[in-house]
Write a protein that binds this ligand. Structure first.
Ligand SMILES: [Zn+2]
Length: 208
């Protein structure tokens, strides 16, 4: 019996440690309803995950989080020193987490090439969609429509063309072509089929 109690006590300690870790990743937000979806402004972003300077927005890069839940994805995006950030992360139900204003430079594209330039993060908006992998867990219609709601005013304000909207995979592949032999891992982010779904939905909303 004593042994059993000791084991239970040990388990309790483990459970508390896990809880403490999750607590560190508490996402502090203010919420408002914008059209059909909730928009949560994240208050506890870590500035060290952004670049200094002003983002002269010319394009948009679509990503999936490759995490098992939005909570985990936000944990990675909010923890200091991960060197990962984006402008908006969109959950499966279309809820948007706003992490930065458009003119902040977020670290989402890494080794990348687009529109004749490298360092694509410096002139694009980064959108992260919650999905383990869009090849096996495609974007929901809610994610697509919510992203379009978010993007329409940005597209208008910065005169972004449809050709300025791309995926992480496309900009990484373009970079790798210019730097053959480098060991940057390839990652399908987002799947081509979902990129095409997204663009079709966007064209429909824009009437183009
Ligand atoms: Zn990505």
């Amino acid at each position: 019996m004593k042994k059993l109690l000791l084991v239970l006590a040990a388990l309790a300690v483990v459970a508390m440690t896990v809880a403490a870790d999750s607590d560190k990743l508490t996402v502090k937000t203010t919420t408002r309803q914008v059209g059909a979806y909730q928009e949560k402004r994240v208050l506890n972003v870590d500035e060290s995950n952004f670049y200094k300077g002003r983002n002269k927005v010319q394009g948009v890069v679509l990503h999936h989080t490759a995490c098992s839940s939005m909570q985990k994805a936000l944990g990675a995006l909010l923890s200091p020193g991960t060197g990962r950030s984006c402008h908006v992360a969109i959950d499966r139900d279309g809820t948007r987490y706003i992490l930065a204003d458009p003119e902040t430079i977020t670290k989402h594209a890494g080794y990348s090439y687009f529109m004749g330039r490298e360092k694509v993060s410096e002139f694009t908006i980064g959108i992260e969609f919650q999905s383990v992998d869009t090849r096996v867990q495609p974007l929901t219609n809610e994610q697509i429509e919510s992203a379009i709601d978010y993007l329409l005013p940005i597209i208008k304000k910065y005169h972004i063309r449809l050709s300025g909207i791309t995926t992480h995979e496309q900009v990484r592949t373009a970079w790798l072509k210019r730097h053959p032999g480098s060991d940057v891992p390839e990652k399908v982010d987002i799947a081509q089929a979902d990129y095409e779904r997204f663009m079709a939905a966007l064209r429909k909303r824009l009437g183009r």
